[in-house]
Design a protein around this ligand. Sequence first.
Ligand code: ADP
Ligand code: MG
Length: 683
Amino acid sequence: MSEKLKETVTAVKGIGEETAGALTELNIYTVEDLLEHFPFRYEDYRLRDLSDVRHDERITVAGKIQSEPVLQYYGRKRSRLTVKLLISDRFLIQAVFFNQPYLKNKLQLNGVITVTGKWDQYRRTITVSESKVGEVERKKELEPVYHVRGTLTVKGLRRLIGLALKQFGGDIDETLPPALLSRYRLLSRREAFRAIHFPKNQEDIKQARRRLVYEEFLHFQLKMQGLRKFEREHSKGIAIKYDLQDLKRFIKNLPFSLTDAQKRVVNEILKDMKSPFRMNRLLQGDVGSGKTVVAAIALYAAVSAGFQGALMVPTEILAEQHAESIQKLFEPFAVNCELLTSSVKGKKRKELLEQLQKGDIQILIGTHALIQDEVNFHRLGLVITDEQHRFGVEQRRILREKGENPDVLFMTATPIPRTLAITVFGEMDVSVINEMPAGRKQIKTFWVKDEMLDRVLGFMEKELQKGRQAYVICPLIEESDKLDVQNAIDVHTALVTYFRDRYKIGLMHGRLPGEEKDAVMKAFSANELQVLVSTTVVEVGVNVPNATMMVIYDAERFGLAQLHQLRGRVGRGSEQSYCILLANPKTDVGRERMKIMTETNDGFLLSERDLELRGPGDFFGKKQSGVPEFKLGDPVHDFRILETARNDAAILIESPVFWNGEEYASLRGVLEQSGILKGGKLD
Ligand code: ADP
Ligand code: MG
């Protein structure tokens, strides 16, 4: 990028201090910032005839007024004006104008009006944002719409960008090498900037986006892969020389044989561990796919090579369950595996920490307790975290630093859609268990309306009579003014009344003190409680195989990924399990989501569908998403471009011409800017 574009916006003739001040509100400081403030959509002034428009599309149509306009007021300032329009002599639609009461007198029966707005396919209604009486011929068919703030208007901003392009357009230098430009027939950078801000037609927009999105993704991928290459080649990891024969004996001794998918990921993990580079791998596998045993094998490998291993999980209950099942596997092999949580106190804790430091304890399983200062390992070689998304980056780093560059394995049951994995895990290697152990019964999922609750409870009673147990999940703990949702405390009270002395009903939620939570969970595990009413705290990892039924209140309030996690609490034993979704969703998307839940038990499929319906931001929740923000590219809709950019980046990073060629200087600059490269070398 030419140095000229780094100048502050006041370098543009026509932009003074005041305007520059207004632009800072949009984080626009330099000419470059201004040029890279891309439109988020285009106002489309082509006249359409409605035969090929989609629901929710913004369109412009010209129509003949077919009815007297009807004006309604809501309060003093708010009003709604409706009128019927005939479009192309064929389609009768309704036009709605909000807060423009003065239009009433202008809309004459049989007159012509041109309207632009959002089209509702189902109601055959256009919500008008701009209109003009008469049939309008416009010079421009497409006008970019920008995010604005404060005193800036879209029109004003459009003008400023026009000025900047006029003066500095010639300074927009090419950043992509000719080879890539011609391979994909991409617009030059200069031309792309022109076309995205001032498109002549739809094709212009398409080509401009294609070029700029590719560039954006390529930069991103180069950074990711640069980091990865650096990690591989420069990190001083440890080579864990495990004893293969010993490990084979361990695997043979497991109570079941591994699935093909488990075998594959075990091999991927062992290969990393054996290599002198530091492993940085994510193990992804649906709920119940058998990640724990894979972790156990990796831990055993570390121990057989004389190292210690650590497994960190988000809750005490989960830590105990893991410790119990892993201890059982290690017992015949004389591996000392201990549990450390905040409940381990006093003398016991002191002894445990001493043994750990001496190396007498080989495997430590626990919660956040593992990352406290007082915890010191003798020779930590492998760190595993379960449900990794629950831990912050910082917590994972602290645990890693308890050893000298130990290998790291993250496990997660959150099915990250293929389309997002590339961006989210750009710098991690990923192993996927994409197969369930044989003989699992599918959980039967039903979606019913709230009115069916009585029948649901009748069904639950039958399960309880068979000696089974049930979860009942509610979105909130207490009654809330804001949301009309079932809350755990009320539901608990209602169920206690309903089942009287026949069954015992427990209550569990996030506000209970930790000890009480554990006590309730243990009582449910021991079948002292037959029904557990809970908020989503049971979501993670809990294992009570005798529970065969789950009822989820207000299921439409949850994301599909979360519903799937919750559902995974049942279906863990040999009996048929059921999941009942109580929901009265109000939107089409809401209904579609419930339907998808009843149609598949496949977490990956669900996550893909959820993503399509809701978009990536919603999928993870805004904050912890880990999905980087792109200026222009959308990792879901532009997935093919993302994939192409990833493959290209992988090839570039490994090729000498990338590191030496003059035509790649500007791409190398991207690495240099992000601190990955220093003086032309990976630092
Ligand atoms: P998750 O991936 O959700 O952590 P777990 O590791 O808890 O799953 O495994 C779920 C259940 O499946 C456990 O009871 C485990 O013993 C069992 N399991 C794991 N692998 C196999 C296998 N290959 N064959 C049969 N059962 C298995
Ligand atoms: Mg697990």
